[in-house]
Design a protein around this ligand. Sequence first.
Ligand code: NDP
Length: 477
Amino acid sequence: ALAQIGVTGLAVMGRNLARNFARNGFTVAVHNRSAQKMHSLIEDHGDEGTFIGSESLEEFVASLETPRKVVVMVQAGGPTDAVIDALVPLLDQGDIIVDAGNALYTDTMRREKDLASKGLHFVGSGVSGGEEGALLGPSIMPGGPAESYVTLGPILEKIAAKAEDGTPCCVHIGPDGAGHFVKMVHNGIEYADMQLIGEAYDLLRQGLDLEPAEIADIFAEWNQGDLESFLIEITAEVLRQTDARTGKALVDVIKDEAGQKGTGRWTVKSGLDLGVPITGIAEATFARAISSQVAQRQAARGVLAGDAQEFAFESRDAFIEDVRLALYASKVVAYAQGFDQIRAASDEYDWDIALGDMAKIWREGCIIRARFLDRITEAFERDAALSSLLVDPYFVDEVAGSVAAWRRVVAQSALTGVPAPAFASSLAYYDSLRAERLPAALIQGQRDFFGAHTYKRVDAEGTFHTLWSGDRSEVEA
Ligand code: NDP
């Protein structure tokens, strides 16, 4: 019998994705550039379902039923192009290539256009949930032609994570690059969420002089409430881990230099291009960059004045609760901004993305899965055209109940010199949104002064310019 789906690229992700297909009853064709990975997959897990292994790409393609569905799960960038180029001559009209790697969405748009001209369907698909998600059920974000989703969708929905109400965490996001765009923003939100958790940890640690294991208990408790999420859960586990070599908390022997593979940076660049203020994601990405500037930190340490105050708060419990509320409110901002970015791209590229669906498919399977996603889903169910998550009545109330604590925490951060860039910039974003007037009026005046860039008036239609280097009268531009 022929295989219903094929996976080429059997490193951690592809291997587990192939097993997931097999465990769900699909016959899976498997292939890897170096055949060893294919053989070891079948050796180790052949009993989990039906695999057809091939050493060559030709045999692999020949082992698939038509229209063929080939999932490519290799390193993003050049390797993905190389695999696609090798596949194309072996495929027939109507066959589907799914790129399930972390491709940059503009690459996906280019590839889709190219393959469409050859009569092939190309589906750039985000897959989140890491190694374990790939095996047990990831959140899947497929883009590409809607037509291809008719045959591909049911297979992907079968292996996807399921939300509590049984809904698969997989939906056709939109055409061409939409799936990879949404996956990129998902990763950006993940950066923001992780940074916010990191700032909460640092404030608790320095403010209360706690040991990591004690903070693990706090996070574990938070995980019972509104903040319940995969990232909070694993944070408690990481903080509780003892280093076998030194007996210290593992977190204290890990170098404080955060790595990044690029999706945060892509998200920020796209935010800049689209003109969407994704300040939470940007601060998180820059915070990783600062952490890795070892030489600069070294040069500044002990040299730059701190003039910092001691932490001051009512009680230990009150401070913990303040930090929890600041984390929650900042997190709402990060998601609100991420959804704004998806909306902006959807408008820019005519992707027609249903924002409510994004919250739905992130409820399980992915790294940012959280109880709070249910609340976001409900917000978009109440109003699909919501201008910002922050103005949804539920979130208005939630943040209203957090904002005083949020201010206290940001103030403590500033006064004590314990940096909390994502907390602070999220609060500034919130205050900017709610401000009656912004100093942008002055900026318009400055721009008009040095560059005759003109301005609009609050009390009259039209565009105006002041003759700054003349008699300073106003003219209509
Ligand atoms: P890697 O990104 O480490 O890629 C390794 C795989 O790519 C191997 O199968 C390798 O084959 C293959 N490969 C590399 N270059 C080529 C080439 N020129 N031609 C053919 N095959 C090539 O694997 P991962 O499993 O970690 O990730 C796969 C994709 O999934 C990536 O795009 C990644 O960004 C994405 N992703 C990863 C997640 C994770 O948690 N790791 C989560 C979500 C997405 P060989 O064995 O022969 O070297």
